[in-house]
Ligand binder design. Structure first.
Ligand code: KIV
Length: 274
């Protein structure tokens, strides 16, 4: 690693320091080299190699299809493209539920691919696994609320809507902080609950569909670029009209080829063959 990277790449302490200074943290998912290169040139605080990549990149219907090999391919590409960014990689479906040895194997592979931290969904029943990974020197980001790997039991629904569920989420958040997570993602919960939990914890809470009072925000890249033509959750904002703009570029290319406009003289090697 070059000294350049050591200077530029933030540490978990820099990221946590932002919460102390009441500065919001920005995070985006990223799954490939091209987008990682672009993000590397921005002020985005953290990149997440989310298991949502198996949906956006590979077309699977949900994140339960992610394997450690898929996560490693994506992580390696993002690490190459974004050497200056703090990169979190998702543990794939059930990696934390097959005992400590398997979880450590998966975490080790992600770290060897260049991730700076890993993210683990849920806490109940695998507290010890999370603690062991942290004790082994690997920073862990928790993920509670709507945990997409539990889609078959939870669905894609707002979580923590009644007193009991809200209490449960507060307990999970505290537990993750006590175990030693450096941060956590809180997905699809009422804004009021996310605010309370963010204020209660000293570690940064990164919200997605959790209102404006979390310590930071994360969005799926394809969602925020408007690249999905299908249904979008309420919390997604399109920062680009990607689907239509890119489609228009593809059509423009097709017409330029058909009309004979592309390639023109400047775009051709008009060299006399000796
Ligand atoms: O995989 C993912 O995209 C995520 C975000 C929803 C936080 O975990």
């Amino acid at each position: 690693m070059s000294t350049h990277n050591l200077i530029k790449k933030p540490s978990i302490h820099n990221l946590q320091g932002k919460k102390l200074k009441q500065q919001k943290l920005s995070m985006l998912t990223c799954y490939d080299f091209t987008f990682a290169q672009i993000m590397n040139e921005t002020a985005i605080d953290m990149l997440l190699v989310g298991d949502s990549g198996v949906m956006t990149q590979l077309g699977y219907p949900d994140t339960t299809h992610a394997t450690i090999d898929m996560m490693c391919f994506m992580t390696q590409a993002v690490v190459k493209g974004a050497p200056d960014k703090f990169i979190v990689a998702d543990m794939p479906f059930l990696a934390q539920r097959q005992g400590i040895a398997h979880a450590i194997y998966c975490a080790d592979r992600l770290i060897k691919c260049g991730a700076n931290a890993i993210k683990i969904e849920g806490v109940n029943g695998h507290q010890e696994v999370i603690a062991h990974i942290i004790e082994s020197g690997i920073p862990v980001m928790g993920h509670i609320g709507l945990t997409p790997q539990s889609v078959h039991s939870l669905g894609y629904k707002v979580q923590g809507k009644d007193q009991e569920a809200a209490k449960n989420l507060k307990e999970q958040a505290l537990q993750l902080q006590e175990i030693g997570c450096f941060s956590l993602v809180m997905e699809c919960v009422p804004s009021e609950l996310a605010k309370e939990i963010s204020q209660m914890l000293s570690i940064p809470v990164i919200g997605i569909g959790a209102g404006n009072d979390a310590d930071g925000q994360v969005l799926v890249l394809q969602d925020m670029l408007g690249l999905n033509s299908h249904l979008q959750p309420k919390f997604v904002r399109h920062f680009l009209n990607g689907f239509n703009d890119i489609k228009a570029a593809f059509d423009a290319y097709h017409h330029a080829v058909q009309s004979g406009d592309y390639p023109n003289k400047q775009e051709s090697y008009d060299i006399k063959i000796a």
